[in-house]
Every structure is written in C-alpha cells, then in structure tokens.
Design a protein around this ligand. Structure first.
Ligand code: C2E
Ligand code: CA
Ligand code: CA
Length: 752
C-alpha cells in the first residue's frame, strides 16, 4: 500500500458522525476528513455500505481510504436503509461487494435486502459481507447458504486490515463469478449469432453480422468496422475490404492498400500476416479459414480491452471462423455456378443473369456472340492445352479491347458473349480486335471470329431471348462466311418461327407415311450399268407440298429426331435391297446417308447390326455415306465409328467431297472405300474441271473408287470419264424413285 498521500476513496454521501460507537473508534485514525468525489473512476471496485448508523459509514470510509485492491481503487456507495440500498444496487449493476448491517429498521431488514438482491435483481455475483453490532447474533447457517452470503463479521472486526482481507477475498470471488457469468452470456450470444447468421448469404452480410454481434457482446455500437479478406494465394489478388460499417461504409470492395487510413491498413495487414488477433490500438480480430486466406476485422475501440473481454472475443472469433468457412464454401459454390473455371470470367448463367437484370440504359446497348472459327481443329491438331491458351488470349483480348462498361462471358466451349454500349460491342470493333494475331504460348496465332449481334434498342426481346436472337444472327453469319458479322433482324426471327413450325409438323409426320424413302440409281460410268442406288428421304406434307431434305434434316438433327428418321431410312433401304437381291439383282449395293448426329450416338452400331440382322441383307452390299465436314469435327470418334462399321462388313463413302474443310491428312486416316464428288463441282465442269480432277486423283491415290453425283448431261459424263471417274449418279441416268419404279428402271437398264 502506498504511503504518500493518494486520493481518499470517493464517497457518495459524506455524513457527520451521529455519535461515537466505541467499537468503531479504532477505525478512525486521524482527522476524519472525507473528500467527496462525484464520479466513479472507470476501473474502481464499487463497494456498497448499508447501515442505518452514520458512524459506521464514516468509519468504513476511513478504514478503506486509499486502499487499492488488486491494483484497483475502491469507490464506496452509502445506503442507510433497505430501500435505499435496493435502489442503489438496482442502479449500479457493477457493485461488487455489499457490506451489510443485518439489523436496521427491522430485525431482518438486512436479510430481506439480501433476498431481494439475489432473487428480484438476479445479482448472483454481488458478494455480501454481513456485519452485526451484536457479537452474539449470527444468522443461521442455512440463511448463509440460501442467500449465498460471502462472509460474516462483527463490526468490531472491521479494522483496516481485516476489512482489506475480507474485501480482497470478496472481490476475487466477485470477479471470478462475473467472468463466469459473462463468458456464459457471451457464448450464448455466439451460439445465437451463428444460428442467426447461417441464414445470411454472402460474405459481406456475414461479416457485418458477425461484427454486429461482436459489438453487442462488447456493449459497443457497430460503428467503425472494416473487415478485410486476403487475396487468393498466388493469385496476385490484393486483400480487399469485404465489409465495412459505420463511418467506414464507403470503403467496401476497396483493395486494402488503397484504404487511405495508414494506421488501420497497417493493423489489418499485420493481422492477416501474423494470423492472430491484435488488441493494441483499436482491435483487429483474426478469423482463420481453411483455405489459408483468413479474414481480419478492425473495430474502433478507444481503450484496451480488459483480459476477460479479450478472452470472450477470442472464443467468439474461433467460433465464428467456422461460420466464415461455411460462407466461403457457399461463395465457392456460387462461384462454380457463375464463373467460367478456365478463364475466371462470367459463364452462361451469369451472362443470362446480367441480361435478365438489364434496366433502361442511358446509351443503346448491344449483345454479341463470338464464335472462334475452326476452334475444334485447333484443339485437335495443336492439343487442348494450346486450345485453352487460345481461349485465354481471346478472353484477354476482349477484356482489354472493350471498355469497362462491357460484360464479357464464355457461354460455351468456343463461344464468347459481350454486352455493352452499341459503339463498343459492334461488329466493327469486335472484328478489329481480332485483326491482329494473338500471342499464344509464345507463338503468333491468327484467328478469325464469326459474330452475331442484337441491338437492344431495335428489338423487344429481353433476357434469354436476346441470346437466342444473337445466336440466330451468328448462325446466319456462319452461313454467309466464316469470319463475318451479322446483326439480328426481325426477318430472322420470322425464319426461326418458321423453323419451329416446321419442327412441329415434322414431329407429327414422324412415323407416318408422310415420310418415305426414294432410291436413285448409281451406275458404272463406262458402261452405264447400274451398280446400286442411294436411299434418299422424302417428306410430303398432307397438302401435297414436298419439303426438301436439305431443309428438314437439319431441323430433325437439332430436335433430336434424326435417330428415328435415320433408323427408318436404314430399315427401308435394307428391306428394299434384300427384295432386289431376292429378285436376282444380286450385285446391287445400297448407299445410305448417315448424319453426324447418328454417328455420335452410342447406340448407332448396335442399331445398325440389328437392322442388318432383321432384314437379312449382306453387309458388304451396304454402304454408309458420311459427309466430309463430319470428319473435320471429331476425327477420333469418327474414325472409331468407321472402323466399327467396317468391322460389321459394311463400306463407307465420303459424301460432298471438296465442300468441307478436312485436310488431306485427315482423309488419309479415314477408312473409306469411296469418294463422292459433290454435285456443285459437277455442275461447274464446263467452266472448271480442276476440283473434279483433284478429287479423282486424290481418291485413286488412296485406293478409293470415285463417284460423281448430279450428272445431268452427256457432256458432264464425258468429262468425268476423261478424268478417270469410276461411277456416276444423276438425272442423266435416273431420278430418285419409289421402289416399284426403281425395279422397272433396273429391268430396263440391266436388260439393255
Ligand atoms: P446428297 O447426299 O448429296 O444427295 C444427293 C442429292 O442430289 C439429292 O438431293 C438428290 O436428289 C440430288 N440429285 C441427284 N441427282 C441430281 C441431279 O442430276 N441434279 C440435281 N440438281 N440434283 C440431283 P436430295 O434428295 O434433296 O437430298 C439432299 C440432301 O439431303 C442429301 O444430299 C443428303 O445430304 C440429305 N439427305 C437426303 N436423304 C437423307 C437421309 O436419308 N439421311 C440423311 N442423313 N441425309 C439425307
Ligand atoms: Ca449422299
Ligand atoms: Ca452430295
């Protein structure tokens, strides 16, 4: 205890002595002056003296004067009656010890007060030291237990030294109980907080919620909070403010190093770096997360927190870390749903969301879809890793080339989408972006893109329909030429609706006699003798109009009807072939067109084997025609299929040769027996024979037979013969016919 003059304990009431009580005289050491102080210093222990005898108050003040207990001063409240004491306890929830006279206005006024304090006010931690003037009087042991009375003294024992030990014991007990109480209360709040918060989505809400709860816990207003999250490791992303409250509100999303408040920034950085809570200036709490990023929450706090509160806060933080963890997980799920994993830009979902959230914009907007031309070949020939790098380069080019007001997304493998002001998202701007080569894996790569666009101010559609329209325009652009651009027009919308109608009627026609197969003869060019025929599908609508297969087959492919139609043709063709064989035309072969959709279908080979078995035809008399462009799509799958087809004993012909883009090396790897010169080249023969000659030579060099289709004139036949073409097909010989007409034709042809 200090010997030099420290301040006297403050008192609420300074009262004159009512008359000397001998017992108490020992307590009064010197002049008895009492200095009144109106305020309770913030860390003083609060003691309440309850006695109806003013001398006792004064004596106690004297005895406790200048005392420090556990380093903290005392503040003494005075009450002279049960009622007065009750009011004081009610008004001050941190009174730690009550020195209580048992006998006051009534025999048991003191004990009644104890009952009220414990039960009415619920003050469990408040320690009570009973004092009585009559040494003979002692409360029942039971009373002591029931009321949780800390100590019992006669007034004669209240010397400075005795008071000091008694109070020290009582204050320690009080502090322990308060800690216990507060921790329990804190934990209750944490539990409540975590269940309440689990309903909140999004890191920001969560962070704000946590801080709100925390501030409630510490009895602070949720003012002055910044919550920062470290960037992903190795991502180069800076730490960012993910939540901010009170006067820091506008800092949300700001990179930590642009916070503009050096001391707070330093504290947050230190917390994230050292991965622990700091209680120095302000308070920075660390929330560990399993991905190692961690979160730091800075809270303005004027003073150091007492150790008890620190402990609470730490318990809170570790409990909340689990909650943060959940929110991070949720964030990752959202991320997976809305972000392209390869390019870290928006995916289709997010783009659709952006489209659906469009509000009236100050400038006209345009939506564009960009298809990278020949991307499949890039992937196939240069490898997927290279392909990925091409996509990255395209994404970067778009990102850098378009302004900050544009959204870009990858909406399918090699299709990007852009949304932004019409001036920026325009055919010219976008095409210009790709007019210079990309840098990919240290190489210069020139790519072209085909683009479909929709001007929002010119059309009514919104949301997903916008993207549909952009795709229509893209499709139109692809039909025109790769590398071109097309804006959506209402006429395209009409065309799309017409296709829908066509599709509906085709669905209805499937399985009905509206659909049937016709057969066109194929002949030996030298002799003109029939060698076989090609099955071609026909659709006659109820009103008699014929819909050309060039029109309905693409629709059937898209609508998933092609397997049904293809199987139908295959079955009919094989049945007719069997019939012809049985009639004695044993040398004839049947060519059947197979769409890419059919070939990709895993069921295709079993279906084919089944049809052959059911119709009982010789497999070597059946030839499947696949188009050249198909071979360019997925060479490995196609090659596998063709080998399976050959394993069944069938042959394969490559149709429309010369119109596609397949490289000659690709052709070399396809196990085909026949090349078909497309009829467009046959029609051109009088002007240009070079392509036909090339196809003939190419086919022969690979050991294939070459057949020309669409021969309409004698001149065309002669030219083809001169070029060395083996076989022919066309109106010059016969049009596609119904089975019975074919039989008649064959009889005339072969008995010639
Ligand atoms: P393609 O396989 O190239 O069929 C040859 C087309 O040329 C047929 O048209 C045929 O009628 C026509 N043609 C034959 N000789 C001549 C001629 O001398 N002059 C002219 N101008 N044309 C001639 P079609 O029947 O309209 O078929 C068009 C396309 O539809 C076919 O082209 C084929 O790609 C597809 N297709 C037809 N039937 C089927 C089928 O059953 N399955 C599949 N997957 N596609 C089919
Ligand atoms: Ca064909
Ligand atoms: Ca053809």
């Amino acid at each position: 205890m200090s010997d030099h003059a420290p301040p006297a304990p403050s008192t609420e009431t300074s009262s004159a002595a009512h008359g000397a009580d001998d017992d108490l005289l020992v307590l009064i050491e010197d002049d008895g002056d009492v200095i009144a102080s109106p305020s309770i210093t913030h860390n003083a222990w609060q003691i309440l003296v309850v006695d109806d005898d003013a001398d006792v108050h004064q004596a106690t003040d004297m005895a406790l004067r200048d005392l420090l207990i556990e380093g903290r001063p005392l503040y003494i409240h005075h009450a002279y009656s049960r009622q007065e004491a009750f009011a004081l306890v009610q008004a001050h929830d941190d009174i730690a010890v009550m020195l209580l006279d048992v006998v006051m206005e009534s025999e048991d006024a003191g004990l009644q007060l104890v009952g009220e304090v414990r039960h009415k006010l619920g003050r469990e931690a408040l320690r009570i030291v009973l004092r009585t003037g009559q040494p003979g009087y002692a409360p029942e042991l039971e009373t002591i237990r029931n009321y949780d009375i800390n100590d019992y003294r006669t007034k004669s024992e209240l010397t400075r030294v005795r008071l000091f030990t008694s109070l020290t014991t009582a204050l320690r007990a009080y502090r322990q109980m308060r800690t216990h109480e507060q921790t329990r209360r804190g934990l209750e709040m944490v539990v409540r907080a975590s269940t309440e918060l689990s309903k909140l989505h999004g890191m920001q809400l969560f962070a704000e919620g946590v801080v709100n709860q925390l501030c409630a816990l510490l009895g602070m207003r949720p003012e002055g909070l910044i919550c920062a999250q470290a960037g992903l490791e190795n991502s180069g992303d800076p730490a960012r403010v993910i939540a901010a409250a009170g006067h820091y509100g506008e800092l949300i999303q700001r990179p930590l190093d642009e916070l503009g408040i050096p001391s707070v920034q330093a504290a947050l950085e230190q917390c994230l770096r050292e991965r622990r809570s700091l209680f120095a200036q302000g308070m920075v709490l660390y929330f560990a997360t399993s991905d190692g990023r961690g979160l730091a929450a800075y809270i303005d706090h004027p003073d150091d927190l007492p150790p008890l509160d620190r402990h609470l806060v730490e318990v809170f933080c570790s409990s909340m870390s689990a909650g943060f963890e959940n929110v991070l997980l949720y964030g990752r799920l959202v991320d997976q749903a809305y972000v392209d994993p390869l390019l870290r830009i928006a995916n289709l979902n997010q783009f659709l969301q952006q489209l659906s959230r469009l509000t009236v914009a100050p400038t006209p907007l345009t939506v564009g879809v960009l298809d990278i031309d020949g991307f499949t070949s890039i992937n196939d020939m240069l490898g997927h890793e290279f392909g990925d790098n091409v996509l990255r380069a395209v994404s970067t080019r778009l990102h850098d080339g378009l302004g900050p007001h544009c959204h870009i997304a990858r909406i399918s493998a090699d299709v990007f989408a852009a949304l932004g002001p019409s001036q920026e998202v325009s055919g010219d701007t976008l095409q210009h972006l790709f007019s210079t080569p990309l840098q990919v894996s240290g190489q210069s790569v020139r790519i072209s893109v085909t683009i479909g666009l929709v001007r929002l101010d010119e059309h009514e559609e919104r949301g997903p329909d916008l993207l549909k329209d952009a795709h229509l325009a893209l499709k139109r652009a692809k039909l025109q030429q790769r590398g071109s651009t097309c804006y959506f027009s209402e006429e395209m919308g009409h065309a799309a609706r017409a296709r829908m109608q066509l599709l509906n009627s085709l669905r209805a026609a499937t399985g009905s006699p509206q659909l049937f197969a016709v057969y066109q003869p194929k002949v030996d060019l030298q002799t003109g003798q029939a060698i076989g025929m090609e099955a071609l599908l026909r659709w006659r609508q109820p009103d008699g109009t014929m819909v050309p297969p060039d029109q309905f087959i693409p629709v059937a492919e898209q609508a998933g009807l092609m397997m049904v139609l293809g199987t139908f043709v295959m079955h009919n063709a094989c049945t007719q072939l069997k019939r012809l064989h049985d009639m004695g035309f044993t040398e004839l072969t049947m060519a059947i067109n197979v769409s890419q959709v059919q070939l990709r279908e895993p069921d295709f080979i079993p279906l084919l084997a089944n049809t052959l078995a059911e119709t009982d035809v010789r497999p070597d008399a059946v030839e499947l025609e696949i188009t050249e462009s198909m071979a360019a799509e997925d060479i490995n799958l196609i090659r596998r299929r063709l080998e399976e087809i050959r394993a069944l004993g069938l042959t394969v012909a490559i149709d429309d040769f010369g119109t596609g883009f397949s490289s000659l090396s690709v052709l070399r790897h396809l196990p085909a027996a026949r090349l078909k010169i497309d009829r467009s080249f046959v029609a051109e023969l009088d002007r240009d024979v070079s392509i036909a000659r090339m196809v003939v030579n190419l086919g022969h060099s690979q050991g294939m037979k070459v057949i020309a289709e669409g021969i309409e004139t004698e001149a065309q036949r002669n030219t083809l013969l001169a070029l060395g073409c083996d076989e022919g097909q066309g109106w010059l010989y016969g049009k596609p016919m119904l089975p019975n007409d074919l039989v008649t034709w064959l009889q005339g042809n072969l008995h010639h």
